[in-house]
Each structure stands twice: as C-alpha cells, then as structure tokens.
Design a protein around this ligand. Structure first.
Ligand SMILES: [Mn+2]
Length: 272
C-alpha cells in the first residue's frame, strides 16, 4: 500500500477535512520531506492549475498524484449530478468529466463524492440513481480511455442518502454497463455506517479502488478510536495495493496531522 496526503486549493473548502490548504508548492515540499508517496488534490476546477506546472512540482518532489477530488463542483458552485435542473446536471457532468481528463493525464482517478447529491424534495431515490447511472456510464468509459478507474465514494448519512455503505454502492455499480467504477472506502464514513469495517472491506474486495485513511473523528489515523489495525489487515487480506490517503482535518495543526498520518501509515502497513 502507498501513502498519500490531501491538498485542498479550494478557498470555499478551507475548513474541510484536508491536511494542506492553499499552497500547492509548500504542501508538496512538506509531503515529500515527510516521506509521502503521493498527494491527493482538490482543485477548484480542471483549469485552476496548469498541468505542466503540477507535473514539475510533482517531479521535483518525487511525488505521484494519487487522485483528484471533484468536490469543488458542489462546494464552490453547487453543481450536483442529481440536481432537478437538467442544465445544472449537464454542467456538473462537464465539470466532473474535465477533472477525469485532468487526473487521467497523471495516471490518477477522479472521485465522485459530494457532487453525487441526494434524493430529496421532488427527487425520488429511483430518479436520483438513474441520473447517477447516466453520469457514471459516461465518466467510467472516459476514465477508462485514460487507463484509470473512476471512483465512487459512499458518504455517511449526514452528507448523502444515496450510498451510505460499500455494499449499497457495490450493488448499484453492478447494475451499470461500465465495469470501470471502483469504490472509495473512506474509513471515517465507514466508521459511521458499517456494522463492521473489516467485514465491509472484505466483502467489497477488488471493488475497492482507493482508501481515505481517517480516524473516527476525521482526524489523522491514531487521533481517534477506530480500529485501523483491523481495517488495514482486511485491506491486506483482499490484496489491496492502492493508496491510503490521509483525508483528515488539519488538527491540531496541518504539520502535526501530516506527521501523525505518515507515522500511522508506516505502523499500520509494516510487515508483520
Ligand atoms: Mn473521503
């Protein structure tokens, strides 16, 4: 398994669960010094950072790009793939597609999290899922053309009511024509929703394409009470060899969160 740390460049998400905020260069320098393999990026959109300059910064720091989040579409622009307005859904789709292409050029997958929206008001669950399916049938093949999967992240009940567990999301992706959707297992969300985190990971198996490593309180691994040793043991059992990406609050400081995240990563993944 490989380590990654989150870098958020979206001003509207300054209070969000990301270790580094605002300064890409500085974040990459620090991530490299601490020994992370990669960064996970949350950009304002696909145009915000010139891919050539990102490539240079990553190269200089010997970092990979683990994944790219699309959350700014929701946080900064209120774009959702399940908005009742077809024009908004279209813009949401375009926004996500551009980030699929941007990330794909770095061999990284894009993530659908908060842009999945929720079923409420006049939007039935059935309708919302049909719209998500329509979007994924385009985003899956688009990512495939870049040689990467597309990531669907189940969220806890306070953030969405579409997919709260890995199993719900697996059942849904199994109904799609595209076979290129993988699940993002966020251990913070899993801690809220799953009866057993290790069992949920084992059941999802090869369907898992990315992991957000966070403790029960969404702080760095080891700063909460989730049994992350058991979670990582389950990931090892299913042969998961992707990223454990620290998507956590910068508590007590970004520096301490990052330091704890890499220390915990090393302990959790040490050969036993
Ligand atoms: Mn997450």
């Amino acid at each position: 398994m490989k380590s990654a740390v989150t870098v958020c460049l979206v001003p509207e998400a300054r209070s969000g669960p990301f270790v580094f905020h605002g300064d890409l260069e500085r974040a990459c320098t620090r991530a490299a010094e601490l020994g992370f393999d990669a960064i996970e990026l949350f950009p304002p959109d696909a145009e915000a950072i010139d891919p050539r300059s990102l490539r240079q910064i990553l190269h200089r720091n010997r970092l990979q790009l683990a994944a790219v989040g699309t959350g700014a579409g929701w946080v900064a622009r209120k774009l959702s793939l399940t908005d009742p307005d077809p024009a908004v859904r279209h813009r949401a789709q375009q926004f996500a597609a551009a980030l699929v292409d941007y990330a794909g050029a770095f061999g990284a997958p894009a993530i659908l999290g908060s842009m999945q929206g929720r079923a409420d008001g006049a939007t039935t669950r059935e309708q919302a899922l049909a719209w998500i399916a329509e979007a994924l049938e385009q985003l899956g093949p688009r990512a495939h053309a870049q040689g990467v999967p597309f990531l669907l992240e189940p969220l806890n009940r306070y953030e969405s009511n579409l997919f709260n567990t890995l199993h719900q999301a697996s059942l849904f992706t199994a109904t799609l024509r595209t076979r290129n959707i993988r699940l993002l297992a966020d251990l913070f969300h899993l801690n809220i929703e799953e009866a057993s985190i290790p069992d949920a990971l084992r059941t999802a198996g090869s369907g898992i394409g990315h992991v957000h490593l966070a403790d029960s309180n969404r702080s760095a691994a080891g700063f909460g009470h989730t049994d992350l040793t058991a979670a990582v043991a389950a990931l090892r059992e299913i042969g998961y060899d992707g990223y454990l990406s620290a998507e956590v609050f910068p508590r007590p400081t970004a520096e301490e969160a990052a330091t704890q995240a890499i220390r915990a990563f090393r302990t959790l993944t040490a050969a036993r």
